[in-house]
Write a protein that binds this ligand. Structure first.
Ligand code: F6P
Length: 359
């Protein structure tokens, strides 16, 4: 048996733990493992293949990033090309991926990725590639799994940052706005905001009304609490407006969110008169050492993916359904994404604690 593994999309702490578990579980079965570097694009270039033996996965469980490299610009179904007239376009190179898979004598591909990568994996699976998928993303927005690895580490990093801005916000009697990642889901904002005792938490799931945020800040002021910490998900948007984009989608890529923190800060300053500062955590949330929770989840996912390959369960994704790891059809997992449920008890808890959610 010869299996390949690739990591695609934005990196997330825990990717290396998945690779280690998948490689060691495969080697124990007497299989060979080939690493495909830089996502699916690695199939289209000869120098992106690497044999993964025991040594190559030694001591990597705690290391952030991915030893295989990754990209969120490498969709073989919409590969970016420059047309003769200089304009950018897209071509479908998925058949080349299938041919490379055959040529390399592979029998299975383990794909580790977030929603974008999983959608590509599903399309390739429908074209006949024997794929088992592993969900990954700090955003925690993949359908079919209760949680993705990388999320816990991102929340821990964001909570640590929120803890730190508290003292400076209090000392200067300022408002500190912390912008966190999460794309169109508010998981990181909600969890880190609650853990870090934010006074306002803004998420894409609840479009905000700036007057409610200012009312909360004035209410604190009236109580003698002259500072506030506001956590804003990058995908948050006002009731009558859209999310703020840092960069429009380019061919073969996705639009980048970012900038809502500055906008909210300016609005707070103008309506409350309070000095306001912004911190954007950005890629800090994707880097560094995975938490113990993420390491163990990632190791479990990697080993479960190999068991799925052994059982011939292609076209499936491993998923956490506590206390078990189960398999869900990949086609079901890519039907959409999972945001924060508004009727869930975490939202309810935030409201009961008096946290302003912008509505
Ligand atoms: O999906 C993970 C994520 O970090 C999102 O939270 C964020 O919107 C996006 O990736 C950033 O992508 P890039 O690394 O291309 O800036």
């Amino acid at each position: 048996m010869r299996v390949a593994i690739s990591t695609g999309g934005g990196d997330a702490p825990g990717l290396n733990a998945v690779i280690r578990a998948a490689v060691l579980s495969s080697l124990r079965r007497g299989w060979e493992v080939l690493g495909i570097r830089r996502g699916f694009g690695g199939f289209l270039e000869d120098d992106q293949l690497v044999d993964l033996g025991r040594e190559s996965v030694s001591g990597i469980t705690h290391v952030g990033g991915t030893i295989l490299g990754t990209t969120n610009r490498g969709n073989p179904l919409a590969w970016p090309v420059t047309r003769p007239d200089g304009s950018m376009g897209e071509v479908d190179r998925s058949d080349e991926v299938l041919r490379a898979f055959e040529r390399l004598g592979l029998q299975a591909l383990i794909v580790v990725g977030g929603d974008g990568t999983l959608r590509i994996a599903n399309a390739l699976s429908q074209k006949g590639l024997p794929i088992v998928a592993v969900p990954k993303t700090i955003d925690n927005d993949v359908r079919g799994t209760v949680v993705t690895f990388g999320f816990d580490t991102a929340v821990t990093t964001a909570t640590d940052a929120i803890d730190k801005v508290h003292s400076t916000a209090a000392s200067h009697e300022r408002v500190l706005v912390v912008e966190v990642m999460g794309r169109h889901a508010g998981w990181i904002a909600l969890q880190s905001g609650l853990a870090g005792t934010a006074h306002v938490i803004l998420m894409p799931e609840i479009p905000y009304d700036i007057s409610k945020i200012c009312a909360k800040i004035r209410e604190r002021e009236a109580e003698g609490r002259r500072f506030a910490v506001v956590v804003v998900a990058e995908g948050a948007r006002p009731k009558d407006g859209a999310a703020v984009l840092k960069e429009e989608a380019v061919p073969g890529g996705i639009a980048r969110l970012g900038g809502i923190g500055e906008r909210v800060a300016a609005e707070i300053e103008s309506c409350s008169g309070k000095e306001t500062r912004t911190v954007t955590l950005g890629h800090l949330q994707r880097g560094g050492t995975p938490t113990a929770f993420d390491r163990v989840l990632a190791l479990r996912f990697g080993a479960a993916a190999v068991r799925a390959v052994a059982d011939g369960k292609f076209g499936h994704m491993v998923a956490l359904d506590p206390p078990l790891i189960k398999l869900v059809p990949l086609g079901d997992a890519v039907t959409g994404w999972t945001g924060v449920p508004l009727d869930g008890d975490t939202i309810c808890t935030a409201r009961e604690l008096g946290v302003c959610l912008g509505d």
